[in-house]
Design a protein around this ligand. Structure first.
Ligand SMILES: C[S@@+](CC[C@H](N)C(=O)[O-])C[C@H]1O[C@@H](n2cnc3c(N)ncnc32)[C@H](O)[C@@H]1O
Length: 417
């Protein structure tokens, strides 16, 4: 090994360890623990091998590295390390450890497959599938270069089984899905686990779901974002402009009347505040799904508000999160969850609204926020059943119908668990 190669390898190791230290601290701040097997793999696999042409320092930033685009849209990336760590942690926790497991990864790149190969060890197996031949070619070359020769790389649409009779302990999806095709459940062994970034109400969470015969039951969830699933299972979101740099994100099939929206934000703003003080570490992503389930039961349409930084800075909107704040549109009145308000050493929850019924709409949204806090800030749970399941056989909860599945979302409280 030349001196240059050796010093680059030393520098990579230094950067890798610093990155893992950061991710562990980030996990702790979120109340999570990184399993030892995940930490060991992350301190071992050289991420720079899977991000060719990217400077070493960038390969060890805690962000995704985009590798393929179609037009403006990213279609493939080497996923962000913290997110990979969280999803591997979800899998490890749900299965009680991953050593010796048979794993199918949907969405290749090579980096996550190498981590999985490190974790499952020689007694396990890793198969990775991607729809894009450019991605599988690159993953194959990078896996070889990094020495992970036992990983099987397949180029196909993962909507269908990779091998009809093959069963896996873990299916881990690394692209954003709108639905769960039957093949993902059917390829799981009896108590197998599916980890999947799934969009419900326009919001994506990584769900760890355990198979129980023909349905899946959630074990954990994390907030996340991913490039979308392509191929037969692709479901596009649509953006409607409502002001310069401000958009409504609509899920497939959702309609809004653009004429109602044209000048909605120029109408006077009304606001309402819950008058609460949030406890530390409150996960507000859970509140957003709560709001979605409550607001969809009312008149009007549930939508997601997104805004560019400049639009937030100029004060046109002040959403709770500019990449996706829960919002409703009801007969010309638009309301959304606003950014938190910091007063008297308290973080308060609020809603802003514009339109003829603005004060009432903001007040209603805030009532739902109070109800969530009063219920003990519950986290959502999911059950996913086949589309053919009769309504009478569904568990209680908010039902979302997709092409292949009926998804039931609930918020178990301490007393209902
Ligand atoms: C975020 S990247 C995967 C990252 C990768 N797991 C890593 O190690 O960093 C998502 C990948 O999913 C792939 N993909 C999207 N839809 C797919 C489908 N229906 N079947 C298989 N792969 C798909 C894309 O081509 C893309 O390469």
């Amino acid at each position: 090994m030349s001196v240059d190669t050796a010093s680059r390898a030393d520098r990579a190791e230094e950067l890798r360890n610093a990155l893992v230290d950061t991710i562990i601290a980030d996990h702790e701040a979120k109340g999570l623990t990184m399993p030892a097997e995940v930490e060991r793999a992350m301190r071992t696999v050289p991420r720079e091998v899977f991000t060719p042409g990217v400077p070493l320092e960038k390969a060890y930033e805690n962000t995704a590295v985009i590798t393929n685009r179609h037009g403006d849209e990213a279609t493939s990336s080497v996923s962000a390390p913290y997110l990979i760590a969280e999803m591997l942690g979800q899998a490890s926790d749900a299965l009680g450890g991953l050593e010796g497991r048979d794993v199918l990864e949907i969405g290749s790149g090579g980096y996550n497959a190498s981590l999985l190969a490190e974790i499952v060890g020689p007694a396990g197996s890793v198969t990775t599938i991607d729809i894009d031949p450019e991605v599988t070619d690159r993953a194959t070359a990078c896996l070889k270069k990094a020495g992970y020769n036992d990983v099987t790389v397949v180029c196909a649409d993962a909507e269908h089984p990779v091998e009809p009779s093959r069963r896996f302990d873990l299916v881990i999806v690394t692209a954003g899905a709108w639905d769960i095709p039957p093949a993902w459940r059917e390829q799981l062994a009896g108590n197998g686990v599916l980890v999947v970034p799934l969009r419900t109400f326009g919001m994506t969470r990584s769900w760890a779901l355990r198979r129980s015969e023909d349905h899946l039951v959630s074990h954990s969830h994390r907030q996340c974002g991913f490039v979308s699933v392509q191929g037969e299972g692709a479901h596009q979101m649509r953006y409607v402009d409502i002001a310069d740099g401000v958009h409504l994100r609509l899920d497939e099939g959702q309609q809004t009347a653009p004429d109602v929206l044209a000048d909605i934000l120029t109408q006077p703003r009304q606001e309402a505040w819950a008058g609460v003080s949030l406890p530390p570490r409150t996960v507000l992503a859970d509140l957003d799904l709560w709001l979605a389930t409550r607001l969809t039961c009312e008149a009007g349409e549930f939508v997601i508000l997104t805004a560019q930084e400049a639009a937030v800075e100029s004060g046109i909107v002040a959403p709770s999160w500019r990449f996706g704040a829960p919002a409703t549109l009801d007969e010309g009145t638009f309301s959304y969850r606003s950014a938190l308000r910091w007063t008297d050493r308290k973080f308060d929850l609020g809603a802003y609204a514009h339109g003829p019924e603005a004060a009432a709409a903001a007040g209603r949204m805030v009532e739902h926020m109070r109800a969530w806090l009063d219920a003990g800030s519950p986290s959502p749970a999911l059950q996913i059943l086949p589309a053919r399941t009769p309504t009478g056989d569904l568990p209680d909860g908010t039902v979302l119908d997709k092409r292949h599945s009926r998804i039931v979302l609930t918020f178990p409280t301490a007393s209902s668990r």
